[in-house]
Write a protein that binds this ligand. Structure first.
Ligand SMILES: Cc1cc2nc3c(=O)[nH]c(=O)nc-3n(C[C@H](O)[C@H](O)[C@H](O)COP(=O)(O)O)c2cc1C
Length: 290
């Protein structure tokens, strides 16, 4: 699927030369063109370039008709294939936060399946005038919406250690506190893996954090996401488990530049006797032990 074929300047020229289209043009700047497709005075679609003089790399669409763009398609690396699609729900709606997918699936709340149909309304215009295939876009959204719905379902059904895993995975960053003699130490961590029923994190033996865990393995970590925070107090067990190391690197390929399972530096630890507490300002704490 291509999201950009022509530049902003060329698109503006085509629009201005077409009497029907020029009536739809409600805003045109150096990096954006906004069109009102249904003549209600509000922009329905915006084509933008994030870099001066570049081809269109971003399309924003108002799917709800309330004047707010809530679907964004980005092709920021310029390879012609969208790398991110962001869907922000209607303002004030219960379901709405943000969904992002492309290379990676992130947790979110959607009713994209319904809204995809609205996209097709604009299909002919897009295809004809801007060389953008909305049919492909709709197919892409539908496909990814199915993947996302499955991901969301998994999270909704998750309990126990799985629920803890998904929270840490989706929060992306947690803060790991260790004891260093009488001094507390804390730093950001992101590695997380559910392997063989155990929750693993990863580090390198050369780091201070590793030395502190070796001296005192009783740690606490904290992550925050969407109004909820999770604290886990546990003992970390150094596990020279080759399979877990391999799986960790497969899950987080960027680590491969720094570690390999046999390098005598890479370490994985699993959490033992863990007490995980989910807290928020609006609900009673939920405690999970594993
Ligand atoms: C978002 C983020 C995630 C990180 N995840 C990890 C990780 O999972 N494992 C790790 O060893 N270091 C990770 N780091 C790097 C550590 O925070 C950094 O090496 C830190 O200095 C280690 O603590 P220490 O200096 O006490 O050894 C991460 C850094 C950031 C910014």
């Amino acid at each position: 699927m291509e999201v950009r074929k022509i530049g902003i300047r060329e698109a503006k020229k085509r629009i201005k030369n077409d009497p029907e289209l020029s009536k739809m043009l409600i805003k045109s700047g150096w990096n954006e063109i906004s069109l009102d497709l249904d003549s209600d005075g509000m922009a329905d679609v915006c084509f933008a370039s994030t870099k001066l003089g570049r081809k269109i790399d971003t399309i924003a669409i108002d799917l709800s008709g309330n004047g707010e763009f809530n679907l964004y398609v980005h092709d920021l690396d310029g390879n012609g294939i969208p790398d991110t699609v962001l869907y922000a729900g209607d303002e004030g709606s219960e379901e709405g936060t943000v969904v992002a997918f492309g290379g990676e699936v992130e947790l979110g709340f959607i009713n994209l399946g319904v809204r995809v149909a609205n996209l097709l309304v604009a299909e002919d215009f897009m295809n004809r005038e801007l060389g953008l295939s909305l049919a492909d876009l709709a197919a892409y959204l539908k496909m990814n919406a199915a993947i996302m719905l499955a991901e969301i379902e998994k999270r909704q059904e998750a309990t126990g250690i799985e629920k803890v895993y998904y929270f840490l995975n989706d929060a992306q960053t947690y803060y790991l506190a260790t004891v260093d003699g009488k001094q507390a130490r804390v730093r950001p961590f992101g590695t997380i893996l559910l392997h063989d029923g155990k929750l693993y994190i990863q580090t390198g033996k050369s780091k201070d954090v590793s030395k502190q865990i070796a001296a005192d393995p009783f740690v606490e970590l904290c992550a925050f996401m969407n109004g909820t925070w999770l604290r886990i107090a546990c003992e970390l067990v150094d596990d020279d488990n080759h399979d877990a190391k391999v799986e960790m690197l497969e899950k987080m390929p960027s680590l491969k530049a720094m570690y390999n399972p046999d390098d005598d530096n890479m370490q994985v630890f699993y959490m033992k006797d863990a007490t995980a507490t989910f807290s928020s300002f609006t609900a009673e704490p939920e405690v999970i032990q594993f």
